[in-house]
Design a protein around this ligand. Sequence first.
Ligand code: UDP
Length: 350
Amino acid sequence: MKILNLGAGGFIGTHLTERLLNEGHSVIGVDTHTDKIQESLDHERLTFVNRDIRQCDFDLEDMMRDVDLVIDLIAYANPGMYVKMPLEVFRLNFDENMRIVEACVKKRKRLVQFSSCEVYGKTPVASLEGRLPDPENPEYATFSEDMTDLIMGPVCKHRWIYACAKQLLERVLHAYGLKKELNYTIIRPFNFFGPKIDYLPSETDGIPRVFSYFMEALLTGTQMKLVNGGTHRRCYTYIDDAVECIYRIVENPGNVCDQQIFNIGSPKNEVTIRQLAETMREIYAEKFKKPNVPLPEIVKVTGEEFYGKGYEDSDRRIPDISKARTLLGWEPKFGLRELLERTIAYYAKG
Ligand code: UDP
């Protein structure tokens, strides 16, 4: 296939592009950044366009003229940004993505659209604030693609602007699907980890995700900060597992992915953020610690101190992956410790 990969230079985009090239496909990759994808840049089947799709002379329709598939990974996807620059987050994650959707409609191209597990928002346990008798029941936090109601926080908690933008985009795709004007598949990633996930905080003026904050703390011996006590939970998924599932969606055997939404995640890898900090520190101490740097202390901070006003959090989210299992025969293989070891190794060895 010839594939247009928009956002090919990001964390997921780089790993996915490498896999697509290894499988014999041709890729047109578009991104504003080239550093993560350096190793593939010379590949004979990769045409890399180092540009921002927001530039007014960027012609999306022309770019997708003779491709078989469009993959849209273009997004601001770090919670710190949702709080700091909500309008930019909306414009990129909705307006610009809509331009891609509409070009696909016009050119009749199949679209693999990356969305987010953020669309699930909060659990009923969080929104009912302790009024449920069995708050630990994992059923409240296990989200299935076509069944779960999507609960988000108030407008003044502007973290949710990202989730809303992604949700609205999904609803637009669904509406085009109803009219049979677009063949699409939506992917909702659940917290992928792996080499190149983010820059470390000292290497960027952006606001990376939790792994990078904890990793930098380990490398420098400074504090690991638990936002609001680190009680919230995530299911971390290794990038190789994720790419395997994405690749099956790209192949789309028997067209089973048409007009479908897929969760991609590892339900067995659930941890609180405190456990994540402790496990990362343990692995680092065992395998990577430099003798002259002390192990970091783990401390608590409030969400407002760390991110500023407007922050609220998804309390818990476990992917129901029965659809990917049934339709694609996919099962994640990497456990939490192994995926952390591999990701930490990449940053510790520099
Ligand atoms: N978090 C934390 N310390 C940090 C950075 C983040 O405790 O240094 C928390 C954050 O409040 C959230 C979780 O870690 O509960 C995951 O945040 P991340 O930025 O990785 O993204 P998310 O999973 O919310 O998309």
